[in-house]
Design a binder for this molecule. Sequence first.
Ligand SMILES: [Cu+2]
Length: 64
Amino acid sequence: MRFHVPDMSCGHCRTSIEKAVAAADPAARVTFAPEDRMVEIDTARDADAMRAALKDAGYDVAPA
Ligand SMILES: [Cu+2]
């Protein structure tokens, strides 16, 4: 699944997002496209769970 994360701007954001995703699903894989501010998450969890995890980490998610 892909998310647009408008506030993702630096390496710290990547670390925060990776941690949030790992907390929600330790088996998830995260790929970043910083130039597009896109995050691709390979997970068995559903999109709502991932959206909530990112929001808890402080990142609002826009539909991708
Ligand atoms: Cu940042």
